[in-house]
Design a protein. Structure first.
Length: 274
């Protein structure tokens, strides 16, 4: 395996028969490494454990996870840490055989991002791809990312993100981001009860908005509502908040006042060079 990695705290063995690879039987979360620290490490570990419990996986040892994550982040100016919890075992067959959990942590270089993305916003396009409804998996970040792979095939040149619809054709999220918009002073984000991933940054933004007295609505919206919004933005754990400056032909002056205020309160590192 390329790149520094730890499997249950040690060297990575042959995983060719592992359930995580063969069946996608596991969950993961992606964390930003910044100046040798993992941003929101405790919250990320808590969230990946919550996701694992949804699949019937036993909790991974918290202290070991934190120690191994910190060891991979040590000495790194910038980077990405992927924490994977997978059902242990290598036997064939869909019956899972128990809830024992293996953990795999791997470090990657930080992706190249434009510094202007935080200052003047990003460009997105409306994908024709729709996410399938599966309430049993909705919200969690499981290892099967085929929908995101398929949605990324016909990428519009120059775009930073593709926005996806749910099975009813309503705007839901990006391929790797959660979606927010502001209209008439109300912050809105789609509900994720049928499909989509509930990112940690989405949770943090909703908490910040509520604490600042901003009215929030979590529920279904339409493309017309999104395009009529006063401002919009995208979130994930690597970038924090990216103001949305363009969606196909729709353009916004980005960041808008609500987006700017939330970015300031969030204080997420802007790790790309301008």
């Amino acid at each position: 395996m390329n790149g520094p990695a730890l499997f249950n705290g040690g060297a990575v063995p042959d995983l060719s028969g592992h359930r995580g690879l063969n069946y996608g039987d596991g969950v993961f979360r992606t964390c930003l490494i910044y100046d040798s620290h993992i941003i929101d490490m405790k919250e990320q570990i808590d969230l990946v454990q919550e996701d694992a419990a949804r699949l019937g996986l036993a909790p991974a040892p918290m202290a070991a996870l934190a120690r191994e994550a910190a060891s991979l982040a040590a000495g790194q100016s910038r980077g990405v840490l992927k924490i994977m919890l997978m059902r242990a075992g290598a036997g064939r067959g869909y019956r899972d055989g128990g809830g024992a959990t293996d953990r795999l942590l791997r470090r990657y270089p930080a992706p190249a991002c434009r510094g202007e993305a935080w200052d003047s916003g990003v460009s997105a396009f409306r994908s024709e791809f729709r996410l399938a409804a599966q309430p049993a998996l909705a919200g969690i970040k499981h290892l099967n990312r085929l929908e995101q792979v398929l949605a990324s095939r016909d990428w519009l040149e120059g775009a930073d993100e593709a926005l996806l619809a749910d099975d009813a054709g309503r705007p839901l999220c990006g391929t790797r981001t959660n979606l927010f918009w502001v209209g008439a002073g109300v912050l809105q984000t789609p509900a994720l009860e049928r499909c989509g991933v509930a990112g940690l940054m989405r949770r943090k933004v909703l908490a910040l908005a509520a604490a600042s007295g901003l009215q929030c609505r979590v529920g279904a919206g339409s493309w017309d509502e999104l395009e009529a919004a006063d401002e919009a933005f995208l979130t994930n754990s690597l970038v924090g908040i990216w103001p949305l400056a363009r969606l196909d032909a729709r353009r916004w002056d980005a960041p808008g006042p609500v987006t700017r205020r939330l970015m300031e309160r969030l204080a997420h590192p802007r790790w790309a060079a301008a």
